[in-house]
Design a protein around this ligand. Structure first.
Ligand code: ADP
Ligand code: MG
Length: 323
């Protein structure tokens, strides 16, 4: 297909993990309480994300695959205060441009489900089908029409590990949603979806990690930090267990990382790096999430304020006598 479309698609879809991230975000935005992610051969073979969310109205399905079609931003100004995870209206169009996509969906109002098929951005068919309310999206043969992209993929195991990481991070961010992750037919984890952050941590991370956590609950005006950090004595040799979220959205951010680690300065520690599962709550206008299509980067209106908040939240926790 058209080069421009493929380049645009490449911005959003880099590897199977980016597909999974977008699909899970759509499931969350659709109000799902249960999401199943199943991949075959690291997601290169196939990716299936199934949810019990709102579903998509049959008449709207083909529109949902059009670039910049989104049901989530009504007006330009809404960009300034993005609450939902998806907001660019690029994911479905991008994925469909570089793979074969089956969408099976039904809303509460519809009697039948609709099975809609696309490949390389071309509509193949739409027919009536059966399904409970919700959506299942199956993505096959990723990059089948973009051999250059295909070459950049790593071994299936590595791609599968990236996918696992994406599902895990979402499962930690949303303890109120039951996440099931299946890899080559085998269940890797299944969170209960009972709303308890600790039960999600137990389900997806190691027991050893979970039992050495201290609870963080900190407020400073309209800003807040909630979650868990490693007790100083149980810190480890890598940063792989640091999970940060802002208003429930997973982020990678140096300021948050630095503030976390600085808060442990002078403590009796075994390893150098604390682990954490921490969610920062802040007014939407104080953080810009619209930096990059991959959307794990953020820009704060006031970085110093965020450092200070995170530092104090963690410091007050690890200074407790039970640390
Ligand atoms: P965005 O999420 O930025 O709106 P997407 O391309 O990811 O753009 O999705 C396009 C539209 O398709 C969404 O706005 C939504 O209306 C619909 N959609 C996609 N996935 C789902 C889903 N799992 N459940 C319900 N609606 C969905
Ligand atoms: Mg989306």
């Amino acid at each position: 297909k058209h080069t421009a479309e493929l380049i645009a698609a490449g911005e959003v879809v880099e590897r199977p993990a980016s597909v999974v991230k977008e699909l899970i975000e759509n499931s969350i935005d659709a109000g799902s309480t249960a999401v199943t992610v199943a991949i075959v051969r690291g997601g290169v073979g196939s990716i299936e994300v199934s949810d019990n969310g709102s579903g998509i109205e049959a008449e709207y399905i083909s529109t949902a695959f059009v670039r910049h079609a989104t049901s989530k931003i009504a007006r330009e100004e809404d960009l300034a205060a993005i609450g939902t995870l998806g907001f660019r209206g690029e994911a479905l169009a991008s994925i469909a441009a570089v793979a074969k996509v089956d969408l099976l969906t039904r809303t509460e109002a519809d009697e039948y489900a609709c099975l809609y098929r696309q490949a390389g951005g071309e509509e193949l068919s739409a027919e009536a089908a059966a399904r409970p309310v919700g959506t299942t999206i199956t993505v096959r043969d990723l990059f089948y029409n973009v051999p250059a992209r295909m070459k950049f993929l790593k071994k299936d195991t590595s791609e599968g590990n990236y996918v696992s990481d994406v599902v895990l991070r979402q499962a930690l961010a949303h303890p109120e949603i039951s996440f099931r992750f299946v890899r080559d037919g085998r269940e890797q984890f299944h969170t209960p979806g009972d709303g308890d952050a600790m039960s999600a941590i137990y389900a997806v991370l190691s027991r050893e990690f979970a039992k050495n956590l201290m609870q963080v609950s900190y407020r400073q005006g309209v800003l807040g930090v909630e979650g868990y950090v490693t007790a100083p004595i149980a810190c480890r040799g890598s940063r792989s267990m640091q999970f940060f979220y802002i208003n429930g959205r997973q982020v990678e951010d140096r300021t948050l990382m630095a503030a976390l680690e600085t808060a442990y300065k002078g403590m009796a520690m075994q390893g150098r790096f604390p682990g954490c599962v921490l969610n920062v709550t802040m007014p939407l206008e104080r953080v810009d999430v619209n930096v990059h299509p991959a959307k794990t980067e953020v820009r704060f209106a006031n970085t110093g304020e965020i450092f200070d908040l995170m530092y104090k939240a963690v410091k007050s926790t690890v200074s407790r006598p039970d640390a």
